[in-house]
Each structure stands twice: as C-alpha cells, then as structure tokens.
Design a protein around this ligand. Structure first.
Ligand code: TYM
Length: 333
C-alpha cells in the first residue's frame, strides 16, 4: 500500500541478550515511533559475526530478539521485522559502499577503536568495514530517521557522508538520514561500572540488566548498584556517575524530570532510591518479559513473521540496489 509516511530503519545486533540500555536507548522509541512511520526493524546478524559467535546461541538469540521486538509493542503487521542475512541486498550494497568509504574515515570510528582494543586477537576486516554495511542497512530503505542510542551517532554521520559522496558522483540516489536520539536514555551506564556503557556483549560484572531478567534479578542488580559516599540524590554525571545513571533510568521509565526526582528523594537514603528505581524497572519490563517468553515458545509464529518481513524488506531494498547497480555501470542481470 502506498503512503506518505516517512521511513525508519534501525537494527540491533544479536551479539548478546538485549539490555535495559538497548531498550531505553532504542527499542522503546522504535515502539513509540512505529505507529507514525513506515518502519523497518532488523536483527543484524551479519554485524554480529564481526565478533566470534557460538552458532547455536546466535540462532537462539536471533529468534529471541525477534520475540522481544514484538513484545516491546512493535506490531509485526504494520511494521517490517526481518533478519538482515535474509535480505542479500545488505551484503551487496555493503560491498559497493565499502568502495566509497575511506580508510581514514573507518579508522576514526570510536566503536572500532573500542572493540579492537577489547578484542585484540580478532581485529578482522569485517569489524573495520562494519560502518559501510550499516550505511547500506540504512540507505537501502531510503530511511528518513534512524532511532538509536548515543553511541551510534558517529556511524550515522558516516552514513550521511558516504551518501553525500555517492550522490555527488551519480545524482540523488540516496536520501540523507537523520539520527533520532532520545533526550533521556541515550546512554545507560553499567550499574557496577557507571563510567562504562551498559553493554550486551559484556554482562559478566553483574552491572547489566537484561530485558528478560526476572523481577528478583532486577531488584538484586539495583540494590547492588554502585553509588558514592554521599547520601544525596542529585544529578551530576561527572561527580556522581552511579546516582546520575540511576536517575536517568528512573526518569526514562517514569517521565519525571531530574529536579522532580531530586525533590522526591530529598532526605531519603540511597537504599530507598535504589529500591524505587528497581521497582519501576521491574514494572516497565514485566509485560515485555511475559509477552516475549510467550512468543519465544511459539516458533512457527516467529518463522512466519520473519519470512514475511524478509519479503517486504527485499522488495524495497532491491529497488535501491538496482538503481545503484545501474548508476555505477553494472549490467543488469
Ligand atoms: P547495538 O546492537 O550495539 O545496540 C542496539 C541499539 O541500542 C542502543 N544501545 C544503547 N542505548 C543506550 N544505552 C546503552 N547502554 C545502549 N546500548 C545499546 C544502541 O545505540 C543501538 O541503537 N551498529 C549498531 C547496529 C546497527 C544499526 C544498523 C543501527 C547495524 N545496522 C542500522 C541502526 C541502523 C549496533 O551495534 O547497535
């Protein structure tokens, strides 16, 4: 059906179980925007293999991630939910765009620098050219908007640079996408190391809350959350990273402002505060977890959704890919 809605594309790597950070930075906004935009939400398994994955785990996480997308409130009938590797145009355009992305640009990517520092024994070529594939993900759908957390902003800027470069040579082939980064929740920090981003690929330290964690586990994580030696609930990320992060989480779940939160907990200790943050997170995630667990058990339903999604996504993606192939001088097969 033709419509005048603007287009959204976004994706999450199935490189680990999705966290509260993934939810507040991205998924929550996907769900909120999914009614008004024409949305493509993908599970980027091709990106995930830039780090070594256990095959059985990857398969399991991919399906579980699809269930969690739906459980977060993204209606699979009105939105296109698909698995990246099911749509070959991503790899195809990714290759083309890697020829229009400069070595120097890729070398400046913070995520590449971070990930290669943490994983010195596997700094593979895919990890380096990852942003060209991400640019392909976005540009294939002529996306207007890309809802992501703060850490993806640099990749979207690079996507725009590559699109401008390509358009400069061949005419207006790609639409230039804008990032959509929430004011609150764009960078949720680890509860144990609040100067580090909460990350699904590093959940070992106990500072990570997963979307599918049980209420008891969530409460335990918040009760143990690192704070500081003061007692006042005050927003000051430089001096009080732990408390400020908890305030950010509380604000993102309740829509309360920082000053309202400071008032609410004035004169109360950190124990009460952590208990309250834990409780709002439990209540935010409870319906998502319940619905996700129900859907994970319904494998044939999930198979139908991703099969439909791949078909719809491929139809759009191939239009852009064909245009690109023509422009650069490939003979149409
Ligand atoms: P990924 O899989 O690391 O994270 C998925 C999304 O969740 C956001 N996010 C967070 N937001 C706030 N606080 C956190 N602690 C936190 N952790 C993760 C991320 O910003 C992201 O929006 N390269 C992307 C995946 C990707 C993609 C794309 C995204 C591939 N192709 C096309 C958008 C469009 C990534 O590694 O995200």
């Amino acid at each position: 059906m033709e419509n005048n809605k603007k287009t959204i594309l976004s994706g999450i790597q199935p490189s680990g179980a999705m966290t509260l950070g993934t939810y507040l930075g991205a998924l929550k906004n996907w769900a909120a925007l999914s009614e008004t935009y024409d949305c493509y939400f993908t599970i980027v398994d091709m990106h995930a293999i830039t780090a070594r994955q256990d095959p059985a785990e990857l398969r399991k996480r991919t399906l579980s991630q699809l269930a969690q997308y739906i459980a977060c409130g993204i209606d699979p009938q009105n939105n296109t939910l698909f698995i990246q590797s099911h749509v070959p145009a991503h790899a195809q355009l990714g290759w083309v765009l890697s020829c229009y992305t400069m070595f120097g640009e890729l070398s400046r990517m913070t995520q590449f620098k971070d990930k290669s520092a943490k994983n010195a024994e596997n700094i593979n070529a895919g990890l380096f050219t990852y942003p060209s594939l991400m640019a392909a993900d976005i540009l294939l759908y002529q996306a207007d908007l890309v809802p992501v957390g703060d850490d993806q902003k640099q990749h979207i800027e690079l996507t725009r640079d590559v699109a401008v470069r390509f358009n400069g040579v061949y005419g207006d082939v790609f639409k230039l996408p804008e990032p959509y980064i929430p004011k609150i929740g764009a960078r949720i920090m680890d509860l144990q190391s609040p100067t580090e981003k909460m990350s699904k690929s590093e959940i070992s330290g106990g500072g990570c809350v997963l979307l599918l964690d049980s209420p008891d586990d969530i409460m335990r994580s918040f009760k143990r959350a690192k704070t500081d030696s003061e007692t006042s609930v005050r927003h000051d990320p430089a001096e009080k990273p732990g408390v400020s992060n908890l305030m950010q989480i509380y604000s993102a779940c309740t829509n309360k402002s920082f000053s309202a939160i400071e008032d609410e907990f004035a004169g109360k200790g950190y124990g009460d505060f952590k208990q309250s943050v834990g409780e709002v997170v439990v209540e935010t995630l409870r319906p998502i977890r319940e619905e996700a667990l129900r859907l994970i058990a319904d494998k044939s339903y999930l198979e139908t959704i991703y099969a439909q999604g791949a078909q719809k996504a491929a139809a759009t993606a191939n239009r852009t890919l064909n245009k690109v192939y023509k422009k650069i001088g490939f003979i149409t097969a």
